[in-house]
Every structure is written in structure tokens, then in C-alpha cells.
Write a new protein. Structure first.
Length: 301
């Protein structure tokens, strides 16, 4: 069962993006210019500027960086780093005000080298503590590539938790950064999205797509009240004209608000429910806390 980034210890039903969501947010919706032409143009500009600035000293520094990376791959994580990640994972739950996922935390108390290696930690202890203090979450790996334009919330990259079931490759998310509160999901960022201000851990305004996988972040009005950073962080991270699929309501009766960032606002494009045709009546409505609460008036708190 996928881990959830909500106030409960888990969800009753696994919920994956529907065919409608994938259609609206997929290549057919975004178009070739959003997925290929614009990123390639950006990459070309960056590479051209880098070539103009390149020097023998740059090559020397790059080789030193590659050697450090090879050393990290050869050496297991130190006890100091492991202890820090264990402590920070528990601190993350405290800052988010939610119940810890004890199953996930149990991995942190063991010496499973394969698990620790799967996290691919790229930051030292000082950096990680600074991130927790600033954002209530921790970057396990870098989030600085401007050409990664997809963010998956509620999953990881090759989740260790799914490895024994042979399902980790189904959630590789090689083309995306990920956020999850459970360290065993091997997320890019360990954190509870919406509960703390995680936006500073990413580049702002670069994501063409943001999706929530396996859970509904707004399953009730009370859940939304506990997430003061949800809409603000989404608005910060979405690119201009970037698209969002936001599940709303309890999992057995979930609706997905498909929205787009337009002139700094997040506006509804359509509302999906199961395999029913998209409801277009709300198109153009700004996605606010009040609007989201109107979709779950009878949901239990």
C-alpha cells in the first residue's frame, strides 16, 4: 500500500491516477512544446553558456567531483549519517503534527546495507539539519535540475518498500522528483507536503506537472485545515501554465481537480470523478481553501 502524506497513519484504499487524469496531464494535454521544445531550448542555452565559461580548471574540478561521487558509492553510509537521518525522520513527523509511520521508521533502526544504499543520500549531516530547520523536511538527493519538470507527491523513486514485492520499478519515476513522509519509499525529499513549507527545497516555478499518487491529500475539511502550506507551495512550484491533478474527498468518493497555474493563480480546468466525463462547469474558478472545502462538505473530520 502506498504511503500517504496525510494526517493518518495510512489510507484504506490505494488510489492511483485515473485514465482521465493521465490523459489531461499527459503528453496529449501538455503538448509537444511543453514536453520537448521548451526544455530542449532551455538546455541548449545552458549548455552554450557553460561551454563559453569552461576552462581547464573547470575540468579539474569536475573530475574531483566525480571522484568524490565514486568514493561515496564505494563506502557505506557512516553511522553518523544514519543516526542523523533516523533522528530527522522522527523530527519530520513532529513538525508536521502527525502520527509516525512505524513500519517505515523500523528500517532506520536496522543495518540493512541495501536499504541505506537505496536512499542515495547526497547531503552531509549539517546540510540535512539546516533543511529540516528551514522547511520541516530533508532533501535526500539533489533537486536542482531545471530540466526535471514533474513532481510526484506520495511516492518515491524505486521505493525500497516495494522491492520485496517486485513493484519498485513500477514507481521508478526516473523523470520526476518525489516527496513522501515515509523514508522506506526512497523519496527525493523526505517530508509531509502541505503540512510544512517544503517549497524551499526545490527550484521555484519549474514543474510542468504535479500529481498526487495513491492518496487524497484533501479527504476532509479538517485534513485541509492541517495543511497551511498546501496551496501556497503548489503555486510556488508550478511553472506558468503548469498543470496539477489534486484528488479531493475520501478515497471511496474521490474527485480530482485538474487545474492550471495562470498569472500566479491556480485555476480549475475540469473536475474528474472516476470514469465519468469531465465536469467543465467550474473551469476558471480559482482553487482556494474555500473551493476545496465545498467539494467535501460531508466528509468526516
Amino acid at each position: 500500500m502506498p504511503s500517504s502524506v496525510n494526517g493518518d497513519s495510512g489510507s484504506d484504499d490505494e488510489r492511483k491516477p485515473t485514465e482521465h487524469e493521465e490523459t489531461v496531464l499527459g503528453k496529449r494535454s501538455l503538448g509537444a512544446s511543453a514536453l520537448t521544445a521548451e526544455p530542449l531550448a532551455k538546455r541548449a542555452n545552458v549548455l552554450e553558456e557553460k561551454a563559453l565559461r569552461h576552462s581547464p580548471k573547470d575540468e579539474e574540478r569536475e573530475e574531483e567531483g566525480r571522484e568524490r561521487e565514486r568514493e561515496r558509492e564505494r563506502e557505506p553510509l557512516s553511522r553518523k549519517v544514519r543516526a542523523a537521518v533516523s533522528r530527522l525522520a522522527r523530527t519530520m513527523y513532529d513538525k508536521a503534527g502527525m502520527k509516525p509511520d512505524e513500519t517505515s521508521l523500523s528500517y532506520l533502526d536496522g543495518d540493512d546495507e541495501e536499504f541505506w544504499s537505496s536512499l542515495g543520500i547526497e547531503y552531509d549531516v549539517g546540510d540535512m539539519y539546516e533543511q529540516m530547520e528551514k522547511a520541516g523536511g530533508v532533501r535526500l538527493r539533489s533537486t536542482g535540475d531545471p530540466f526535471i519538470t514533474k513532481l510526484v507527491i506520495g511516492c518515491g523513486n524505486h521505493p525500497y518498500e516495494y522491492k520485496a514485492m517486485g513493484e519498485d520499478s513500477k514507481h521508478a519515476h526516473k523523470d520526476a522528483y518525489t516527496v513522501d513522509k515515509s523514508v522506506s519509499m526512497s523519496p527525493t525529499v523526505l517530508g509531509a507536503f502541505g503540512y510544512t513549507n517544503l517549497a524551499p527545497l526545490f527550484l521555484p516555478g519549474v514543474f510542468e506537472q504535479i500529481i498526487f499518487e495513491g492518496y487524497s491529500p484533501v479527504d476532509s475539511a479538517a485534513t485541509l485545515d492541517r495543511q497551511p502550506h498546501l496551496l501556497a507551495d503548489l503555486a510556488t512550484l508550478l511553472a506558468d501554465d503548469g498543470k496539477l491533478a489534486l484528488p479531493v474527498g475520501p478515497n471511496q468518493n474521490v474527485r480530482t481537480v485538474v487545474a492550471r497555474k495562470k498569472q500566479g493563480r491556480i485555476e480549475v480546468m475540469a473536475v474528474l470523478k472516476g470514469d465519468q466525463p469531465p465536469d467543465m462547469e467550474a473551469a476558471g474558478t480559482e482553487v482556494t481553501e474555500g473551493y476545496l472545502k465545498s467539494l467535501v462538505p460531508n466528509a468526516p473530520g
